[in-house]
Ligand binder design. Structure first.
Ligand SMILES: [Zn+2]
Length: 287
């Protein structure tokens, strides 16, 4: 059997910048970067140039009225249609806004999108809000994986109370047929995220957008190692915030900072397995 040696990025974005963001969102993003201007433009050519040639990618926009981001799912569908051998598109809904159930159906039935991205904290709803039961039922019925932003953000009006990884637990129990991915290891609630994915077979976590905090990522992956949940971690980037190559290099460099210490090392075989995890198969998205 030929071993699987492809990189799957389960967390990448597609949007129009700055058109799909409010001025307040952009101002707060700049504040988080110490006043540096932000450029979140997305171009497939840039993405592909900073990734191994055979990378396959899950891409979505995002909808969260409260925080000032709204990406039409048609943009995602068009992006995927231009590179169908490389990209898999997810739809997005904001369940605090009228029309979300129609957008849910249209995303799958009219645009051919194959999973769902939710932004609970950014949009201001709890992961376990009962209003979402029809969404989880629809996802279960049509085998749509659901990826949720988990962990913090720089946006002031986005409530921390709605982003704790443990909030997915009642959903995971009620809808065991839905594959759920908690993004960003739920940072800075990584420990809570890891014990959640450990308990529930249908819940995974992605490691996107973490390599620029190397000590925190080392510590989190060491926790994953000690809890024995490496196989539940999926590779992701959060492009355009970073790239595939930078994310891989960041993971491979984590043990370097331990030089000269007796601190425990991350298992390098597990790091490589994470980088080459067949996440599409785990999520039921292989063709
Ligand atoms: Zn993201």
């Amino acid at each position: 059997m030929v071993p699987f040696t492809m990189t799957i990025d389960v967390h990448s974005h597609c949007w129009r910048f700055p058109e799909d963001f409010s001025a307040d969102f952009i101002r707060q993003a700049q504040r988080a970067r110490g006043g540096q201007p932000v450029d979140l433009r997305v171009r497939f050519e840039d993405y592909a140039a900073s990734a191994p040639p055979d990378t396959r990618t899950i891409v979505f926009g995002g909808k969260a009225r409260l925080s000032g981001v709204w990406v039409d799912d048609r943009l995602v569908a068009d992006y995927v249609a231009a590179h169908p051998d490389r990209l898999i598109g997810f739809l997005s809904v904001d369940p605090t806004q009228d029309g979300w159930e129609r957008e849910l159906r249209a995303g799958r039935e009219e645009l051919g999108l194959r999973g769902i991205k939710l932004l609970p904290m950014y949009a201001g709803f709890s992961m376990d809000d009962a209003r979402l039961d029809p969404l989880w039922r629809y996802a279960e019925q049509h085998a749509l994986p659901v990826l949720l932003h988990a962990g913090t953000t720089f946006i002031a009006q986005a409530p921390l109370a709605f982003t704790l990884p443990r909030l997915i637990e009642p959903v995971a129990l009620k809808f065991p047929g839905v594959k759920i991915i908690l993004a960003h290891l739920g940072h800075p609630y990584e420990a809570e995220c890891l014990v959640t994915i450990r308990k529930h077979d249908n819940v995974f976590a992605d490691v996107s957008a973490l390599h620029y905090r190397p000590f925190q990522l080392y510590h989190s992956l060491m926790l994953a190692q000690e809890y024995g949940v490496w196989p539940k971690l999926l590779f992701g980037t959060d492009y355009p915030f970073t790239t595939v190559n930078a994310s891989i290099a960041g993971l491979r460099a984590l043990n370097d900072m331990l030089e000269g210490t007796k601190l425990p090392r991350l298992d390098v075989n597990q790091i490589e397995a994470l980088i080459q995890r067949d996440s599409l198969k785990l999520l039921g998205l292989e063709k």
